[in-house]
Design a protein. Sequence first.
Length: 467
Amino acid sequence: MRSVSFLASLSLLSMPLVGCTAEQVEQPFDEQVGLQLFMWPWESVAKECEFIGDSGIDWVLVSPPQEHITGSAWWTVYQPVSYQLESRLGNREQFENMTKTCADHGVDVIVDAVINHMTAQYSGVGSGGTSFEKFSYPGLYSMDDFHNCQLTYDNSIQNYASAEEVQTCELLGLSDLNTSLPNVQETILGYLNDLISLGAKGFRIDAAKHIAPEDLQPIISKLPEGTVVMLEVIRGAGEPIQPEQYLELGYVWEFDYARNMKSFFVDQVIGYVDSEARYISHAPSERALSFVSNHDTERNGQAINFGDPRYFEIATAMMLAEEYGRPMLLSSYAFIEYDAGPAEVDSKVSPIDCSQVTGPKETYEDKEWICQHRWASTIRMVQFRDKVQGAATTNIYQNETVYGFAREGKGYFITNVSLDQSFDVEVDTSLPDGEYTNLFDDQVYQIQNGKLQVSLPALGAIALVVN
Ligand code: ARE
Ligand code: CA
């Protein structure tokens, strides 16, 4: 099944927001692996979609496509100037060509929709030539269309413990749209529908935490049937706004998944061993997107990033092997400075060529494209995930820095996250006896009486699957 029919039931969306649990929401699609192509230009995405589709990856998340403020920092694309598709990543025609080409290869394009705010600049000219002021965007919004929260000295969010502040003040000083207004909702819907008319299959709602669910509901409920919605509501301890409040609107990224994955490698202890307890603080699996890192967490220290390529490789494999959520891979570029954008010529991101990449390198140059999604073990694990679909997590093994588990009768994954110690293990794999090839390195292992006996080196990993 290639076409995503998420939130297919519109009646679902007319249900009251209060008193409805996630269980009531239909789950029309099976395992689907996504890939965030951070700051990839449309032409490069289009070229890469053949490989992506052939690999069994089902959807890609692309960076925001709308006109944006100018500058070399990557985050200019998160400051919309208009909803024209004129950006450093490409134009309207290139965007449409990308969605078509990707669809031809069975890959859905999910678009990062920046709809909470516009810019933080006093005034300027955008990437498509539009002149704007912080509270005035010709043909779209004027002063009255923005919140003016007056809750903080500069109108920007200071205190995440105040829900009102989080949703009506300015995130990072970005002019905050008054998303409760019908005309603002209408304008946003117009933008999203335009993207759908160009072949977008769904959206990541950027900064969804900063838009009240009741403001999003009237927008999302009017999207065509089958539109996929993913919401960025970062889980923050003790905050009044939590991902759970958005589950009826779509999927949420479970940030604790990425954080826990990092702590497994850094602290070398797996938080909860039991398969249920492991996800205890997480959004329900059927509503969650799991990820090792995204473009924010690879920069802010909360997750594993390209600086530890072997961690990234093993963690990605482990995510694909685990039952929880729907995984999203990340493919991005190396950086030294937080702000640094990718290589550009004439304010357009230069084409990306991943065709020579088959695995992680030890280190990366500044601005080098890492092409994580081309790593052989990752692609094989995408196929592992397909093959173990529906199989329960069993035979959990944990000792010192070694953690392993089976997807009952179908696949087995084990890793040792120690940096310097190897461990001899004998584990019950639940797999039929026979010869298996490790998806990481082609080494062949024997399973006898369901058991695997092996010396697992430092940062070793084994993934076996029944073909
Ligand atoms: C840039 C500069 C800022 C400057 C601003 C305006 O870095 O210093 O004030 O411009 O001039 C991205 C970049 C930002 C960038 C912004 C605008 O990450 O650096 O600012 O674009 O160009 C909160 C939100 C969450 C948000 C994160 C960043 O809840 O939604 O902050 N994430 C999304 C995107 C970002 C993007 C934006 C939103 C804005 O993924 O890439 O910003 O469109 C706790 C809370 C979280 C909070 C987090 C960080 O964990 O629980 O909710 O996340 O702290 O504050
Ligand atoms: Ca807001």
